[in-house]
Design a protein around this ligand. Structure first.
Ligand SMILES: NC(=O)c1ccc[n+]([C@@H]2O[C@H](COP(=O)([O-])OP(=O)(O)OC[C@H]3O[C@@H](n4cnc5c(N)ncnc54)[C@H](OP(=O)(O)O)[C@@H]3O)[C@@H](O)[C@H]2O)c1
Length: 246
């Protein structure tokens, strides 16, 4: 129960990797403020006890402030922020919809920055931690996925710079997943054949020969939140990727 009594905001907690992080954090005793746009998905967590659902579009004006206030009002403090919510739209640059690129930057970069900023006074007060769920796409060259990769590279840069800027009071790290089976794979903006080809290519580029699971990502996120395990780790970009970046 290494996160016992620690209040943690988790974005994108209703599905996929975020759901696995929320379930893992609850198992470890955390008090979870679960954020996403769809209330029903969030309420599948134990929202009558150690978890609360806060349905918000985190890119909307004022959302970060409302999320932080909800966490502090319900649980009395804020020890951790997990910026997991993300948007992935793939495609070659000539065909890319630049409004979708703006949306990716808003959800994958600006919203995490704003949430960290709003949470800072509370995180500073308790020696808290931030974990950003980025992607191996932020460190690899990714033809056909350049806009998404650029948004995750920006999140990596934010992580490393803020680690120095906010030390020693607040630690800031990122986990970089390789391919994980989640609902994201149905919403990439590719044709079914394009999605199938991409999955096959990624499998052959992954030395461990399989996709990861949300739980495999969640364990590392929770370890980085835990001051007993990770109290001397900040600015780390931790690949959890089946060897994809080797
Ligand atoms: N799956 C992979 O292979 C993979 C690999 C590397 C990195 N990642 C990263 O892992 C993270 C989680 O993705 P996933 O694979 O678990 O996909 P997912 O199931 O589609 O999760 C994305 C979550 O973000 C939430 N979300 C999206 N836009 C939001 C917004 N504006 N405000 C609030 N919540 C929002 C969604 O909930 P609502 O729709 O209800 O808002 C959803 O729960 C993302 O940052 C993704 O880039 C995934």
């Amino acid at each position: 129960m290494s996160l016992q009594g620690r209040s943690v905001v988790i974005t994108g907690a209703g599905t996929g990797i975020g759901r696995a992080i929320a379930e893992r954090a609850l198992k470890e005793g955390a008090l979870v403020t679960a954020v996403g746009r769809r209330r029903a998905a969030l309420e599948e967590l134990a929202t009558d006890g150690p978890a609360q659902a806060v349905p918000e579009d985190e890119a909307a004006p004022g959302a970060a402030d409302r999320i932080v206030r909800a966490a502090v009002e319900r649980f009395g403090a804020l020890h951790g922020v997990v910026n997991n919510a993300g948007l992935a739209r793939f495609g070659r640059l000539e065909e890319a919809d630049l409004e979708e690129f703006d949306r990716m930057l808003a959800v994958n970069v600006r919203a995490p920055a704003e949430l960290i900023r709003c949470a800072l006074p509370h995180l500073r007060a308790v020696g808290g931690a931030v974990v950003n769920v980025s992607s191996v796409g932020g460190v690899l060259s990714m033809p056909g996925r350049s806009c998404y990769g650029a948004s995750k590279a920006a999140l990596n840069s934010l992580t490393r710079s803020l680690a120095r800027e906010l030390a020693p009071e607040v630690r800031v790290n990122a986990v970089l997943p390789g391919p994980v089976d989640t609902p994201m794979w149905q919403e990439l903006g590719l044709t079914p054949e394009g999605t199938r080809d991409l999955r096959e290519n990624l499998l052959s580029a992954t030395p461990m020969g399989r996709f990861g699971t949300g739980e495999e990502i969640a364990r590392w996120v929770c370890q980085l939140l835990d001051p007993d395990l990770a109290g001397w780790i900040t600015g780390a970009l931790v690949p959890v990727d089946g060897g994809r970046t080797t």
